[in-house]
Every structure is written in structure tokens, then in C-alpha cells.
Design a binder for this molecule. Structure first.
Ligand code: 13P
Ligand code: SF4
Length: 341
């Protein structure tokens, strides 16, 4: 058995058969060759297809990848295997690099739930009664919305970011579930939540999680903060996608349920082979638009290039840099249900 087959079959032995992996291996080689020729690095979000992890220079959550993108120095091109807002963030934090998204239809239902004109209107309305207002924006938003914000956050640092602010009243955009999680952990702030959500996470029900819990004694439930509150109430830890990997590695437990998008369960099975991962996950169709074939086309044709108007990029960059600052310097001890911030 080749190393590639061994790793990929850990993610899904029914899909990654020896025949399928034989077809994939030349594509992987082609991506590696093109990366060298085009002086490109490939950043892949934790929800990507398992074969994309094979050619990724870095794999991570939104926070990790934004920081990696900011640090890219030697390469000329960043191929972002993820969704549009992530590639846009990479371009904002490292504007001298060419950033490519292999499929321009890789959007995000959560980012779509907050448009810049609606956000602008809400901020203006709230400022009339809340002069102390700070606008905290989850990175799952467009560059235009980030540009209207005081600071950005991700699922990996939302609690720390909000806690670091001197302001008492926070408009938290756009995910209402993450906003509630933050409000539970920072009770001294008045969190005003935007009414957005991720339709992938919203499909996961507490009944499905409870059924697994009852059937598997000792199971650790790791839930993404974009999940509904009745699902989060059943979690042992509420963490970002990379937080789940860290948790599973460090925990003494043997069996886990990753309550999030299914790519993460694939990655956990590859990265933490000595433990068992169960699934109640759902597929994000946007993340799955990225394939080895369109990565190859992207590198060959240098498509689809992400651009952000300078004025917007400048203001969005300021909100992202503030987030990096907080993430770098936050040393506050965390409550037990957010161990990996
Ligand atoms: P993470 O930052 O935890 O990887 O989450 C990104 C995302 O889009 C979750 O749906
Ligand atoms: Fe957006 Fe949800 Fe997909 Fe994450 S899982 S990229 S929030 S649609």
C-alpha cells in the first residue's frame, strides 16, 4: 500500500480505493510540479477534500490560514483552497501576492447573510443610542463588511477578541450562534447579534448528537460554535476546526464526535490515526467545489485572481491586524469550554 493510499483511506476507505488513488496520484504530481513552476504555495482549509490535504503547504482554520497568508514571503502566488472570504482575507493581509481561488463559486452562506449596506445602516442606527458601540466582525464576511468593523475575529479567538475590548456594547456580525457563545463567555458585555447563520451547521440537530452520545460511553463531543445553541449545550468543548484537532490529540479520550463540516472528520482520521472519530457532520458544498482538477487549471491559467479595492482593503486590513494583535498578546486564562483559543 502506498503512503498516499494509506492516508486517504483513513479518511474514507470506500471512496479512496486503490483504483481511485491510482487515478489521483498523477494529479497530485502535476499540482506539485505546477507549484514549483509558478512559485506558488497552497493553503487549504480544514474542510477541504482529503486529496487536497496531500498537496497543501499549510492546512488550518480561518485564523491559522490568515496568519500563514500574511507570512508568505518567498512565493509569488497563493492558491487558496477554501472559500471566497478566506482568499479575500489572504489578499488583504498580503497584497503584493497574487491570490487565486480555483473555483469562483466557492462562496459562504454565512458571509451572504450580511451585506455591507445593511451592516452600515445597522451601525448608524445603533450609534444613535449606543455611543460606546464596537463592531466585531467574524471573518466569514466580505471585505466590505470587514472594512466597516473595528476588529475581526474567528471561531478560534472570538471570546478573546471581545474580552479585550474596552467597549461594553458590541455589535457582533454575522453569526448569531457564535455571538451567543461569546455572550455566554463574556457576560459583562452587551452583545447585539446579527441574525445570520451557516446553513451547513444549522442542519445538525441535538437529537443526532444525543443519539451518538447515548450509544458510545466516554464519547467526547467537540462542536463548532456555528452550531445551534441546543447542539452546543451537548458539547464537551466548543472550538474552532483546528481547536478540534488539538483537543483530540491532547485528550486522554479515545472516541470523538466532531460536530461540524465532514471534511474535519476526514482530517481528524488522517492526523490522529490512533483515535476513533464518529460523524453527524454535514457537507459544505462551497468548500467541496475545490478539486485537484480545478487547482491544476488555476495554476496553469493563474485563475481566478482575487482583487480588493485599495480603500476597502486598507480598512479591512486594519480590522484584521487588530485581531492578530489580540491573538498574539492575549494571556487571559480561558474557561473550560474554550480550551484552544
Ligand atoms: P474555522 O475558522 O473554525 O475553521 O471555521 C471556518 C468556517 O467556515 C466554519 O464553518
Ligand atoms: Fe460558510 Fe458554513 Fe461553508 Fe463555513 S461551513 S464556509 S460558514 S457555508
Amino acid at each position: 500500500m502506498t503512503d498516499v493510499l494509506e492516508r486517504l483511506s483513513r479518511a474514507d476507505p470506500w471512496y479512496y480505493t486503490p483504483e481511485r488513488v491510482k487515478e489521483i496520484e498523477p494529479l497530485l504530481e502535476k499540482v506539485r510540479r505546477l507549484k514549483r513552476e509558478k512559485r506558488a504555495v497552497l493553503l487549504a482549509h480544514n474542510y477541504q477534500r482529503a486529496e487536497i490535504f496531500e498537496v497543501a503547504d499549510e492546512t488550518g482554520d480561518s485564523l491559522g490560514l490568515a496568519m500563514k497568508a500574511a507570512d508568505v514571503k518567498d512565493a509569488e502566488v497563493i492558491v487558496f483552497c477554501g472559500v471566497h472570504f478566506m482568499a479575500e482575507t489572504a489578499k488583504i493581509v498580503n497584497p503584493s501576492k497574487m491570490v487565486l481561488l480555483p473555483d469562483p463559486s466557492a462562496g459562504c452562506s454565512l458571509a451572504d447573510s450580511a451585506t455591507a449596506p445593511d451592516v452600515q445602516e445597522r451601525i448608524e442606527e445603533l450609534r444613535k443610542t449606543e455611543p460606546d458601540l464596537a463592531v466585531v466582525t467574524y471573518v466569514n464576511t466580505t471585505a466590505e463588511v470587514k472594512a466597516l468593523s473595528d476588529v475581526c475575529c474567528t471561531s478560534g479567538n472570538a471570546v478573546s477578541v471581545v474580552r479585550s475590548l474596552p467597549n461594553k456594547t458590541i455589535l457582533f456580525i454575522p453569526d448569531r450562534n457564535l455571538a451567543r457563545h461569546v455572550a455566554n463567555n463574556v457576560p459583562d458585555k452587551n452583545i447585539i447579534a446579527w441574525d445570520g447563520s451557516c446553513y451547513v451547521h444549522e442542519q445538525i440537530t441535538p437529537e443526532a448528537v444525543q443519539q451518538m452520545r447515548e450509544g458510545i460511553p466516554g464519547l467526547k463531543v467537540l462542536a463548532h460554535p456555528e452550531c445551534r445553541d441546543d447542539v452546543l449545550a451537548l458539547a464537551d468543548a466548543i472550538v474552532s476546526t483546528s481547536g478540534m484537532i488539538d483537543y483530540a490529540r491532547r485528550s486522554d479520550a479515545q472516541e470523538f464526535l466532531a460536530v461540524t463540516e465532514c471534511g474535519l472528520s476526514d482530517l481528524l482520521s488522517i492526523e490522529v490515526p490512533d483515535k476513533q472519530f464518529y460523524r453527524v457532520c454535514k457537507i459544505c458544498p462551497y468548500m467541496k467545489t475545490i478539486t485537484l482538477e480545478n487547482v491544476i487549471e488555476s495554476l496553469e491559467k493563474l485563475q481566478f485572481e482575487i482583487t480588493v479595492p485599495e480603500e476597502i482593503a486598507h480598512r479591512a486590513d486594519r480590522a484584521l491586524r487588530r485581531m492578530f494583535e489580540v491573538t498574539g498578546r492575549d494571556t487571559t486564562p480561558l474557561p473550560p469550554n474554550v480550551p484552544n483559543e
